[in-house]
Design a protein around this ligand. Sequence first.
Ligand SMILES: [Zn+2]
Length: 58
Amino acid sequence: MEEYKQQCTECGKTFIVRVTTDNVPGCKEKEEVICPYCHTEVGYRMTSGFVYTYKHEE
Ligand SMILES: [Zn+2]
């Protein structure tokens, strides 16, 4: 599993991106990264798991 912070290009707020990885080789799909504040798609990850985003509370 991978977790990092990302800043939204639309509203400028920072949120947590969590990428889970299932052990399924050769089955990667495009998972959108959605800002939890303004629900804008700010990118995507290629993963065999899922992408979750959380609001980052200071
Ligand atoms: Zn945003």
